[in-house]
Ligand binder design. Sequence first.
Ligand code: SF4
Length: 689
Amino acid sequence: SAMRKSRIERTKTVCTYCGVGCSFEIWTKDRHILKVEPQVEAPVNSISTCIKGKFGWDFVNSEERLTKPLIRKGDLFVEATWDEAMDLIASKLTGIKETYGADSIGFIASSKCTNEENFLFQKLARTVFSTNNVDNCSRYCQSPATMGLMRTVGIGGDAGTIEDLQRTELVLIIGANPAESHPVLATRIKRQHKLHGQKLAVIDLRKHELAERADLFLHPKPGTDLILLSAMTKYIIQQNWHDQTFLKERVNGFDEYVKSLEPYTLAYAAEKTGLAQEQIIGLATMIHEAKTMCICWAMGVTQHMGGTDTSTAISNLLLITGNYGKPGTGAYPLRGHNNVQGACDFGTMPAWLPGYEPIEHDEVRARYEKAWGVQIPKKPGFNNHQMVEGITKGKIKAMYLFGEDMALVDSNSNHVEAAFEQLEFFVVQDVFFSRTAQYADVILPASPSLEKEGTFTNTERRIQRFYRVLEPLGESKPDWEIFVDLANRLGADWKYKHPGEVMAEAASLAPIFAGVSYERLEGWNSQIWPVQSDGTSTPLLYTERFAFPDGKARLYPIEWTPPFEPGKEFDIHLNNGRLLEHFHEGNLTYRSKGITHKVPNPWVEISPAMAKERGIEDGSLVRLTSPYGEVEVRALVTDHVDGNEIYLTMNSMEERKAVNRLTSSYHDKFTHTPNYKEMSIKLEVLETK
Ligand code: SF4
């Protein structure tokens, strides 16, 4: 009613930005967001938030919001009714499926959207369209970490929770910048380090905030982390510092693994990494002296051609030192998006059904086929890299993408955009007219998290509910409602009236969610998977068994992949990543005034040495050129970076500043994750200030 509408409302929500998973109350009056108020009941953050969670919400009322479906007419988009748009999608996709086969359609899911939406999207692809061509943006980030963990311990998620990061004696951070990418998690580490004697070690190219605070900071040459880790592990074994009881009782493959370490002597590691042998011994000693250790890592490890192997090396080191299955230990691949963990968990991946059960296993498919009443294909589908290549090879004719700006976030954007132009039919569903939407044939207006209900899963595997704060703007709709509508137009009989029913279905099918339910998740409650049928969570994994049939972990021999070098003229190493204030491609934060007032533009960090050599000052305009494209951006001179290594903050909606104009199509061997961090470029100064 009108009266109710003009009251101040307080509604619990979960942050839509990073994978830490902060929750808080949002105070609103009509559509005005009055304030964001964290509560002590919030399981992850209690009374903390970062700037994005606190001020990053105005985008919901942006005038740029999509509020009506749009259909392409030549070079223009014209407004359409939902019926017109959905009928067109139904008939076009059916036609393409009939003409070219089910596997000619690709489905790209969203790490910003809910678990329930991702579950329905993979069900739509697998049952209505009969294809496993479904993937999400974890392909761009943590797929190598997932595989490294699958190889060694069996579950692709953090081994424990943020509480373990707080109670461990040593936190080792490799290729991650939590102070900006996972701010509230970083404050926990900062506090323990400063006040409670926790040790902190950082391996990175860039001296970021936690590197500056660390007891030990190692800066190896780009792309050599695996050598450093393997040489250090070998040294630990030579000193007899490995946990022999743990290895004997709980781990397979020791001898073979030790053999694979043969080349990684300290001398070889020093030569390849540029570090002194004493520095490597220093870190090994720190690890030896700590009773417990957690290792955090992120894109600085995974986005390389050897990303899976380096992630494996991290897990091997944890096994060798007995750092799994006890409080304060384990592997922590820090998840980027608010729900990238959940998108994977709920099955938007080409080879896995929800809960990481292989699509190729007959008994797994049979369980789903029985519940869903249709056959689902056995062969794993294309991942998103293969879909783009599939378009250029004429195999993929249509795509359906929601809540993902692939034209900006996939590597080598010029190549990706050229591929999108070749699609016969392209559906893009988003809150804004994204870069990718420019290539669409139909654009559907979706509602952001504040305008719907659902659950997100954070980096700890913690599932949390959020509630509707605002009504959908204009004619926009929650993504899950759109999927139900499309499925039913194509002959399915989906009866979901509420996301809670979708979760109930997922819980009935995927063993890791057995006891998950909306009732148990009510309010500030949360559940951490695997959840037993009585509702018991599992905050700490591997306390008794590793996730393999014999319950034992596996040491996995690895090999180093040298970084990619495009040629001598590209003489500068370009690193890239997040900054505190903006999130990812920036579609949301660049539309939030509270944030753009503070930080309107991205920049490139240049070392004092390079600045001197090339006459660069703060604010100089520079052009960065790779074999694949160029960007122009202003410089910031800082000792966060060293020598010929520079760092571009990756967030920009501006064409000419987007980092993926520069990145290549090279990728990790095992997961096809692009090697975003292995980039050699040249630099010209265009204008000094
Ligand atoms: Fe949101 Fe992450 Fe900031 Fe928490 S730390 S408020 S989840 S962006």
